[in-house]
Design a protein around this ligand. Structure first.
Ligand SMILES: Cc1cc2nc3c(=O)[nH]c(=O)nc-3n(C[C@H](O)[C@H](O)[C@H](O)COP(=O)(O)OP(=O)(O)OC[C@H]3O[C@@H](n4cnc5c(N)ncnc54)[C@H](O)[C@@H]3O)c2cc1C
Length: 168
């Protein structure tokens, strides 16, 4: 079970990869992983019908399989198989790796309680200097609107610290 294909997707090269995720989110992550994996299967949880048919065509053109029915049971490390997925239709699929692409909830309550604006999912709106919509309130890292990566978080911190210093 892996979490972040941006971080470690290259380690799936040539492997069988399952992506568990609803709608557009699962579709986007499946497409992203095709850059490395030789076999990507989207466990769409029956949400493929909610996706624009042109996007589905793009997915199929990239070689991504869409599981025929939603998963019923997922087990890791059973009988030497990386990930065993039993579908509701009884079909059993085996994978080396599974990425859950179920979305994130960012812990932004401290900032929103002070009046900062957040998007759905909790990432806070910031300006070019990492200032939230509240004057003098700066944020860095995953809680700010941007890519969730360590190097991005440290970059935010440098930008915010410089802006705060300049206000003193
Ligand atoms: C499994 C996994 C693997 C990852 N792999 C990579 C990778 O290989 N490379 C990479 O670049 N990124 C990776 N990431 C993403 C990376 O971890 C994050 O982007 C990074 O940690 C963000 O730093 P942050 O300081 O914003 O948040 P965090 O590291 O989450 O730190 C926030 C801290 O605040 C604390 N906290 C929260 N609320 C409160 C509160 N109210 N009071 C006090 N403390 C509070 C939390 O306990 C936590 O310690 C991975 C993430 C996960 C989950």
């Amino acid at each position: 079970m892996r979490y972040c294909p941006i971080c470690d997707g290259y380690e799936t090269e040539g492997k069988r990869v399952a992506v568990l995720g609803r709608g557009e989110h699962g579709l986007r992550e499946s497409l992203f992983i095709t850059n490395w994996a030789s076999e990507v299967t989207w466990l769409a949880m029956a949400t493929q019908h909610e996706v624009d048919p042109r996007e589905l065509a793009r997915l199929r053109a990239a070689g991504v399989r869409i599981a025929a029915s939603p998963p019923h049971r997922i087990e890791c490390g059973v009988d030497g198989v990386g990930v065993r997925v039993e579908l509701q239709n009884g079909e059993v699929l085996a994978f080396d790796t599974l990425y859950p692409a179920l979305g994130l909830e960012h812990a932004c309550e401290l900032a929103t309680s002070l009046g900062a604006c957040a998007r759905d999912g909790g990432q806070l709106e910031v300006d070019a200097h990492q200032q939230t919509t509240v004057d003098g309130l700066y944020v860095a890292g995953d809680v700010a609107v941007d890519l969730n990566q360590i190097c991005v978080a440290t970059g935010h911190a440098a930008i915010a610290a410089t802006a705060i210093h300049n206000r003193l």
